[in-house]
Write a protein that binds this ligand. Structure first.
Ligand SMILES: [Zn+2]
Length: 116
């Protein structure tokens, strides 16, 4: 079923571990397309030592949806970064970008070349 009033949300993120001598290690890169009804509240953390960690993307998406902006790029640190026990702290971060496609924007802009 396609709803002409549906707002689509594209989330792209890459997760990175703690700083290493050669820079940050890339853990994984993902892309997800979802709607207002089913966007994730939390992206799970892939650190095997991190218990119940994750990245609270849901509130970022909600804030973006209620704003007049359509794009946001930022980074989030794992929620376990503030664990009381130092050893359980997780230093994974994600760098994300969120893009909202609102219904009235779906008409194709003119003069866009597909070459390239
Ligand atoms: Zn974590």
């Amino acid at each position: 079923m396609s709803n002409p009033k549906q707002v689509y949300i594209t989330i792209e993120w890459q997760e990175q571990g703690p700083l290493e001598s050669t820079g940050r290690r890339l853990w994984r890169r993902e892309r997800k397309v979802c709607t207002v009804e089913d966007y994730p509240q939390r992206i799970p953390c892939n650190n095997p030592d991190c218990e119940e960690g994750g990245f609270d993307i849901g509130e970022k998406i909600a804030a973006l949806l209620s704003s007049k902006e359509n794009n946001e790029q930022n980074s989030l640190i794992c929620r376990n970064a503030i664990n009381k026990e130092r050893q359980k702290r997780c230093l994974h971060i994600i760098t994300y970008s969120i893009a909202c496609v609102r219904p009235y924007q779906r008409q194709k802009p003119q003069a866009v070349s597909k070459d390239g």
